[in-house]
Design a protein around this ligand. Structure first.
Ligand code: SAM
Length: 226
């Protein structure tokens, strides 16, 4: 389980990695900018079709709940969303509740999620939050998650802690698996801007752009397969 400290505005800090889970200015605005806007969501969601998002690093679930909020606001009733994510150091339900308490619009889905979330159970847990949305949450290491993840993935959220603090989430093996599991038009986004990530994704055939980051972060990366 994760050991947390808290900023005054209830942004969690992971003690082991000495890193924050999201921007303390406004994590939800960051999730919407970095992961939704820069993956062209909701434009890529089409009526009557299936869509798969995979995230590396579930943390508080903020990115997931930001996606759900967008999905329901866009009334995607006749399409299906599969959101897969992994977490090696899960937060307790109480810590997730505390972290996300800042955002009233996320509360109804969070409440449903907490009735079934079990951070102590390793492996995949399938959490159905509506008839057309499924969360496949893997409690365990990213490499095991990627070796069991069902392809194709349309959109990637690469959201490990800062690469120098959390290299396992940004390894060549991870980049290889991301490519292997991607749909032909897959995209990715990440708050990180490190040169080795840019080159790693370029080497695997992604067209990569460095764009303005959120808040105090100068740059971030996004990309898509040609
Ligand atoms: C920046 S945080 C993710 C924030 C998250 N997306 C959110 O919305 O709150 C990075 C996450 O990656 C997890 N993590 C770090 N190393 C991991 C590993 N080897 N396998 C799986 N998860 C890992 C951390 O525990 C942490 O929750």
């Amino acid at each position: 389980m994760s050991q947390l400290d808290w900023k005054e505005n209830l942004t969690p800090i992971n003690r082991q990695f000495d890193d924050i889970y999201y921007a303390d200015e406004d994590g939800l605005a960051e999730a919407r900018y970095v992961y939704l806007l820069n993956n062209s969501l909701p434009e890529k969601w089409k009526p009557k079709s299936d869509y798969a998002i995979a995230e590396l690093g579930f943390g508080t679930g903020l990115n997931f709940f930001a996606v759900l909020d967008l999905w329901f606001r866009n009334k995607m009733e006749d399409s299906k969303l599969r959101y897969s994510s992994c977490e090696k150091f899960p937060l307790t339900g109480d810590d997730i509740t505390k972290a996300l308490s800042r955002w009233p619009e996320l509360q109804p889905q969070l409440k449903n999620f907490l009735t079934v979330y079990d951070p102590q159970r390793p492996g995949f847990q399938k959490i159905k939050l509506s008839t057309n949305v499924e969360l496949d949450l893997f409690i365990g290491d990213v490499s095991e998650f990627l070796s069991q993840l069902q392809s194709p993935i349309d959109t990637w959220f690469l959201d490990g802690f800062a690469p120098r603090k959390n290299p396992e989430m940004w390894s060549d093996e991870v980049f290889d698996r991301v490519l292997k599991l991607s749909s032909p038009s897959a995209s990715f986004a990440t708050f990180a801007a490190a040169g080795f990530i840019r080159r790693g994704m370029l080497d695997r055939g992604f067209q990569v752009s460095k764009v303005a980051g959120f808040g105090r972060k100068r740059e971030m990366l996004r990309g898509h397969l040609a």
